[in-house]
Ligand binder design. Structure first.
Ligand SMILES: *Cc1c(COP(=O)(O)O)cnc(C)c1O
Length: 356
C-alpha cells in the first residue's frame, strides 16, 4: 500500500488546549499537543492513518503488549525555523531505525509514507505547539504496540502505530554525574540492545533507581561478558575526548543503539578534520587517561538531551572529575553547530532537515 498525505484522515479538535500551556516553563514529557496520529495493522496490512484529537485509548486487559512487551518507539524533534516554519531533524533515519526495531521484535515494518507523511501532517497541524526559545523543540514520539486480545504466548497479528508530540525544554539543566555499572547488564550480542524496544528501558529502571538513591543521574553501561567495555548511557550514546582524539564505542555488536545524534556528531567531527575513533573502549583505559590528565571531555548524545556534558564518572570507589564545561572545545562546538543546523540558522549541507 502506498499512502500519500491526502489519504490521511484528519479530525481536528474543537477547542485547542494551546492557550492553557505555559511555554516559559516547559517540563519534559508532561503535556501533549492537541492531535495524535494512529494507524492500525490488521490482516497483514496497514490501514488508513488517522489524525485525531489526543485522547485516551480503550483496550482489553488481555491486549498482548501489556503482557509480553512487543512495544517499540522512536524520539525525534521538530524545531521552529527562522520564519516560524517547523523543521524536523533527520526523521527518515528514525523511520529506518524504527523498522529495524520492528523486525527484531517480530512486528510489521511501517512504510515510509505513513511514517514520514503522517509525521509531517501532524506537525503541520500542531505547529503552534513548537516552542520558540533556544534549547526548546517539539518532541515527537512515534511508537508501535501489539494489540491482539490474547494472552497465549505467540507473535501478535494486530498492531497499532501512533505518534504523539510534546513541547520540550532542556532535558538536563546541568552536567550529569555518571555511575559506571559493572553489575547489571543492559545488552549483549544477540540481544535487543540496538533496538528502541520498551523492554530495554523496563529492565533499566531498577539499576537506575539504585544509583539515583546514591546521588548519580545516569548509568554508563558496560558489556555483558567482561563488564569493562563501555557501551552507552541511559538514553544517550557516549563520547570521550582523550588527548586530541574523540572516541566513541563502535556499534558493530548490535549492543548499542545507533543514535541519530551520534551519527550527526561523527559526521561533524570528521568534517572538521578531528581525530575520531569508533572502537571498543574499556573503563580502565578511561581511568588511565584520567590519571594521566588526558581525559579532556566526556559527553552523552541523544535527541532529548542533544549534547549532555558529563560532570563526573564514578567507577567502584574512584570518581573522575571532568574539567569545567566552559573550557570544552569539542562538546561546545558540537552543541552550537547542531543547534544552528536544527533551527535552520545555517545552510543544511547534509540534508538533515525536513520541512513539515
Ligand atoms: C534513543 C536512544 C539514544 C539516542 O539516540 P538518538 O537517535 O540520538 O536520539 C541512545 N541510546 C539509547 C538507549 C536510546 O534509546
Amino acid at each position: 500500500m502506498s499512502v500519500s498525505a491526502t489519504d490521511i484522515s484528519i479530525k481536528k479538535v474543537e477547542n485547542s488546549r494551546l492557550s492553557q500551556v505555559d511555554f516559559s516553563n516547559i517540563q519534559f514529557g508532561k503535556i501533549y499537543s492537541d492531535h495524535m496520529l494512529i494507524c492500525n495493522y490488521e490482516d497483514g496490512q496497514w490501514k488508513q492513518p488517522e489524525i485525531m484529537p489526543f485522547h485516551n485509548l480503550t483496550l482489553s486487559p488481555a491486549t498482548t503488549f501489556f503482557h509480553y512487551g512487543q512495544a517499540i518507539f522512536e524520539g525525534i524533534k521538530a524545531y521552529k525555523g527562522p520564519d516560524g516554519e517547523p523543521l524536523i531533524f533527520r526523521p527518515r533515519d528514525n523511520w529506518r531505525r524504527f523498522n529495524k526495531s520492528a523486525v527484531r521484535m517480530a512486528m510489521p515494518e511501517i512504510p515510509e509514507d505513513i511514517f514520514i507523511e503522517g509525521l509531517k501532517a501532524l506537525i503541520k497541524l500542531d505547529e503552534n505547539w513548537i516552542p520558540a526559545t533556544e534549547d526548546t523543540a517539539l518532541y515527537i514520539r512515534p511508537f508501535m504496540v501489539a494489540t491482539d486480545e490474547f494472552i497465549g504466548v505467540k507473535t501478535a497479528e494486530k498492531f497499532s502505530f501512533m505518534i504523539i508530540t510534546s513541547p520540550a525544554g532542556p532535558y538536563y539543566s546541568k552536567p550529569v554525574s555518571i555511575y559506571v555499572q559493572d553489575q547489571y547488564v543492559r545488552a549483549f550480542p544477540g540481544g535487543i540492545g540496538f533496538t528502541k524496544a520498551a523492554g530495554n528501558y523496563g529492565m533499566s529502571m531498577y539499576p537506575t533507581q539504585e544509583i539515583k538513591k546514591m546521588g548519580y543521574d545516569q548509568i554508563l553501561w558496560t558489556d555483558g561478558f567482561e563488564h569493562k567495555y563501555v557501551q552507552e548511557i541511559g538514553t544517550m550514546n557516549v563520547f570521550f575526548v582523550i588527548g586530541d582524539t574523540v572516541i566513541t564505542p563502535d556499534i558493530k555488536h548490535d549492543t548499542i543503539l545507533a543514535g541519530v545524534t551520534r551519527d550527526s556528531v561523527l559526521a561533524l567531527l570528521r568534517e572538521k578534520g578531528m581525530k575520531v575513533e569508533e572502537r571498543t573502549l574499556s573503563i580502565d583505559e578511561i581511568a588511565d587517561a584520567y590519571k594521566a590528565g588526558e581525559l579532556k571531555e566526556a559527553f552523552g548524545t541523544g535527541t532529548a538531551a542533544s549534547i549532555a556534558p558529563i560532570a563526573s564518572l564514578t567507577y567502584h570507589d574512584v570518581t573522575m572529575q571532568l574539567p569545567p564545561v566552559e573550557t570544552w572545545e569539542t562538546a561546545n562546538y558540537l552543541k552550537k553547530t547542531l543547534a544552528n543546523i536544527r533551527y535552520g540558522r545555517v545552510a543544511d549541507t547534509h540534508n538533515w532537515v525536513v520541512k513539515a
